[in-house]
Design a protein around this ligand. Structure first.
Ligand SMILES: [Zn+2]
Length: 250
């Protein structure tokens, strides 16, 4: 696996990646995220610590104290991925929401930006976020897949909206329309590595399910597609999203 890691880092650097936000999802991967952030890498790596909505059940009793300690140890860390996911029906939304709100309150308290995960229940996610949005130093709706109305609400709250490989799917008209219409100052792009492998991408490896694993070097696929949608050059879009990413994460 180390070979894969070295290769992924090399390819990212070769593709011109200058910064990566690496999101933890459960207390079980926070230590690995923290170690990764301490490694010498050819790009900036911002660690994010948070409980993803898929993992809100069976949390250890001390999960929140553990989260506090990781944020305490890393002054550059952000909070994420946190959010609400309506796809997995075995994780009750009210349980997800409790864990989300606790982390939003914490993010406000420690003044750290937030990376939000949403799926299907974007309306409920936006409602939960409202009391905190303006008090956070920044937030990113990552892998955006909401409606035009949700997009408007996120933009009005001053949030950033990040597009991943799904924007490359010609059938994803709603996502493509959002990527076309969002103002320059709130646009971000991402790979959602190791998920959302884009058409035309280069796999980091093949996953246990036989599907290709995504990697940061494939950001070029998203960059080129969003540039095309916005009638911009990839260079101009890269400069723009780079400035936005640095404003949120650094
Ligand atoms: Zn996510």
């Amino acid at each position: 696996m180390n070979d894969v890691f070295d290769d992924v880092v090399r390819q990212a650097a070769r593709a011109g990646i200058t910064g990566v936000c690496c999101c933890g999802t459960t207390p079980d991967d926070w230590e690995a995220t923290s170690r990764l952030a301490q490694k010498p890498l050819p790009f900036v790596l911002v660690p994010a610590f948070g409980v993803h909505p898929w993992y809100v059940r069976h949390l250890p009793a001390n999960w929140f104290e553990t989260l506090e300690s990781y944020l305490d140890k890393s002054p550059v860390a952000v909070i994420g991925e946190i959010g609400l996911d309506g796809v997995l029906d075995n994780v009750p939304l009210d349980v997800q929401e409790k864990v989300l709100v606790r982390q939003l309150q914490f993010a406000e308290h420690v003044r750290r930006p937030v990376v939000l995960h949403g799926a299907r229940v974007w309306g409920r996610l936006v409602e939960a976020l409202k009391p905190y949005a303006r008090k956070l130093p920044g937030f990113v709706a990552h892998g955006f897949g909401g409606s035009a109305e949700i997009l408007k609400q996120i933009l009005n709250m001053g949030g950033y909206v990040s597009f991943a490989g799904s924007v490359c799917n010609p059938k994803a008209e709603k996502i493509r329309a959002a990527a076309r219409e969002i103002p320059d100052s709130q646009l971000l792009i991402e790979t959602d590595t190791p998920d959302l492998f884009p058409t035309g991408g280069c796999p980091a490896a093949i996953g246990a399910n036989g599907k290709p694993l995504n990697q940061p070097a494939n950001l070029a696929c998203v960059l080129n597609e969003v540039a095309k949608l916005r009638h911009a050059t990839p260079e101009a879009l890269s400069d723009l999203t780079g400035v936005n990413a640095r404003r949120v994460f650094l």
